[in-house]
Design a protein around this ligand. Structure first.
Ligand SMILES: *Cc1c(COP(=O)(O)O)cnc(C)c1O
Length: 438
């Protein structure tokens, strides 16, 4: 958009009040350039910015809005809950009902503790695993994101080192050193690490459907290897289902793959657009958590009644409307349409998909299953493509490494609209790169 838009004006002012003008870094558009659009209102699969431009939204708040924005039944539940008081700091029915719903849907989730974010859920699950096992070390995989807790903002150490190094300034090396970062999709490497050091490992945490660094779909054999080896060496397996939970199936990736983790973490969908996280698992582990046991964890706004009502309404509607089947069908329509559109063209771009999660990967060659396989030159073509789509009224994630989300509010027509925009976006992107359509 040229000229002096209201978004540009607000962003200039916001940059004097909020670091980078935003409350969370990727929103600042640094990876694609340009000025972020300021949102005025959102409904269904669309939002409108402060300049009055309408966008078909494929970010959906990064996952929570699985029913679309401002779903009338979710709003009704929110209004009703808010009218009865917005926070108690004391027990209430809503948290019981949502916990029971999680327990009914997620394998092994006998106990649920609510938090206010996914970050808190993974931090707390790791503390619980450390308390249960009496061990300090943990394992994560490169390309998986688990929020911004110290022990998870860690990159692989150099060479064959098994001790991680901080991936953010401000994370102490001593804490990062307790985390080992291994590659996804490499069961041999994992198994040999566990053979030598598994008896010191409290927990192995993984996104069973890694969706924060592209969409790195794992072979079930890899996840099975994690399950078997953690059990053999007395470490807990944590599935971080903050994105996949309640989205890919009622029982998340655990249900999809038929693999039950020891602990699972949730966020995004479970809060129906409100700040909610949760971690869950068998009673025998949660007996270690305060007030039952010595592992401390708490939260002033945890189990917030308005947020619980939004989450509960969301899970109710998902269940009643066979939403997962509907989302799979819509996702398949997108995938087939994209492949048909690309047939015969030489564009180095591919659509990866699982259910309602999709990633436009600006590279050629085999499908990436680990972070190391993603070429490091995908940013430039994606930036061109992103702005072509934005100008045409299709809002995608402002980073080549972030994925897209479908909701039940997206129609087949919306997907067809997006496909036409993608086609023109690709033509512009690759004309610029000197690649012809055929
Ligand atoms: C979003 C996300 C988190 C962090 O959740 P926040 O609510 O942003 O703190 C953790 N794990 C995964 C897999 C996520 O996608």
């Amino acid at each position: 958009m040229s000229g002096h838009s209201i978004s540009e004006e607000l962003f200039a002012r916001a940059s004097q009040a909020l670091p980078g003008g935003v409350s969370s870094p990727v929103r600042a558009f640094r990876a694609v350039g340009g000025t972020p659009v300021f949102i005025d209102r959102a409904e269904g699969a669309h939002f409108t910015d402060v300049d009055g431009t309408d966008y078909l939204d494929f970010v959906m708040s990064w996952g929570p809005m699985i029913l679309g924005h401002a779903h009338p039944r979710v709003l009704e539940a929110v209004y009703e809950a808010a009218a009865a008081g917005t926070s108690y700091g004391a027990p209430h029915r809503g948290e019981l009902e949502l916990a029971q719903r999680v327990a009914a849907q997620y394998p092994g989730a006998q106990r649920v503790r609510f938090t206010s974010s996914g970050t808190e859920a993974t931090m707390s699950a790791i503390r619980l695993a450390r308390g249960v096992t009496g061990r300090d070390r943990i394992v994560k995989f490169s390309g998986c994101y688990h929020g911004h807790g110290d022990c998870l903002l860690v990159a692989a150490g150099s060479g064959g080192a098994t001790f991680g190094t901080p991936s953010s300034a401000g994370v102490p090396g001593a804490i990062a050193g307790l985390t080992t970062v291994l590659p996804l999709d490499d069961p041999e490497r994992f198994l040999s690490f566990m053979e030598s050091e598994g008896n010191q490992v409290a927990a192995v945490i993984v996104e069973p459907i890694p969706a924060n660094n592209g969409l790195l779909l794992q072979r079930p054999e890899f996840l099975k290897a994690l399950r078997e080896a953690t059990r053999r060496h007395g470490a807990l397996l944590i599935f971080d289902e903050v994105i996949s939970g309640f989205r890919v199936a009622p029982g998340g990736a655990a249900e999809l793959f038929g693999i039950e983790p020891d602990l699972a973490t949730f966020g995004k969908v479970i809060g129906g657009g409100f700040p909610v996280g949760a971690f869950a698992g068998p009673a025998r582990y949660f007996d270690h958590l305060a007030p039952e046991g010595p592992v401390y964890q708490a939260g002033t706004l945890s189990g917030n009644p308005v947020a619980m009502a939004a989450g509960l309404a969301t899970l109710d509607i998902l269940e009643e409307t066979s939403a997962h089947a509907q989302l799979e069908e819509l996702g398949r329509h997108l995938e087939k349409g994209f492949d048909a559109m690309m047939a015969g063209k030489q564009y180095p771009v591919r659509l990866q998909r699982l259910g309602s999660l999709f990633w436009l990967s600006f590279s050629e060659g085999p499908v990436a299953r680990c972070a190391e396989e993603i070429p490091d030159d995908i940013g430039a073509p994606y930036a061109t493509f992103f702005h072509a789509c934005l100008e045409a009224g299709v809002y995608l994630a402002p980073s080549a490494y972030e994925i897209g989300f479908l909701s039940t509010a997206h129609t087949v027509e919306d997907v067809d609209t997006a496909l036409r925009v993608f086609e023109r976006g690709c033509a512009r992107t690759f004309a610029q790169e000197g690649i012809d359509a055929d």
